[in-house]
Design a protein around this ligand. Sequence first.
Ligand code: SF4
Length: 342
Amino acid sequence: TSAHTPARIPGMTRVFSGIQPTGEPHIGNYFGAMRNYVRLGEQYGQDAIYCIVDLHAPTNPLAYDKATLARLTFEMALANMAVGLDPQKVVFFVQSQVREHAELGWMFTLSTPVGELERMTQYKDKAGKLESIPAGLLMYPVLQAADILLYKADTVPVGEDQVQHIELAREIARRFNHHYGDTFPEPKAVLEKAALRVPGVDGNAKMSKSKGESSTIGLLEPVESIWAKIRPAPTDPARVRRTDPGNPDICLIFDYHKLFSDDATILEVNEGCRTAGIGCIDCKKRLMVGIERELTPIQARAADLRAHPDTVLGGLEHGAERARAIAAPVMDEVRSKMGFLG
Ligand code: SF4
């Protein structure tokens, strides 16, 4: 460990995070989750385990089909690598390439009560939109528990909507330990708070793909296209004329400044808005400076990776090998404890 490596967080020995293959991530994903993955990766190295959960994705038949799954998985890997996730440093891989996930998922399915699964809020929400409910949708959190416990991870960074699933994973770990002897830690959820605070560029409270393209700013979106969304974006409605003072605290452009701009700019914009010293278009142009500074290097790395797809695929392959090296002995332990013929 070099003097520059940040200290680990007490009580946190191995972190696991599942990444949905949603294709191109937006800046809400970036500030909420992806940057944090890179930071944790610097602290935890090979105890930072990141898995693109492609086996989960088809449980939502409205969002994934055979034609798009591989492409979306590749795009998500590329974007995370462009942000700085280094498959040589952390364990970064695709779920379907490590067969043990499905196997442990089945082991847990054997003893998880259907009633517990039917109570999951996310299941109820998603099932309500489907005419025919795939059993995989019900089993989703069981596979999610397997993803985490396969690596005996104790810490899981998640959005608020996943906290209930992590509670279930704890319950599954407890149940297994009770029946077969101490095997799994009970994983803790760590909330990705920032993800909840990035508003949509159309004024929606939260940036979300489900609200459509007009709500999101893509991490890899060309700067001109971002400007085309920022320019007409709603600001403080009290600023009817250029000379009307405004309140940055209720303006999403100011929220974005807090993410992208340096401290001096944030101070100037805050003051300029309240005194009508700066107009909204100028304010938005100054925001674009910060957006360009942050996104240009990421987009350049993404373009480079896109020109060399073998770097992305090779990185994932290497990650899958590392993941298997951890997962295989855990599965041996599970099979033997459950009484399967070794
Ligand atoms: Fe929003 Fe900036 Fe206009 Fe103030 S000056 S209302 S912060 S866009």
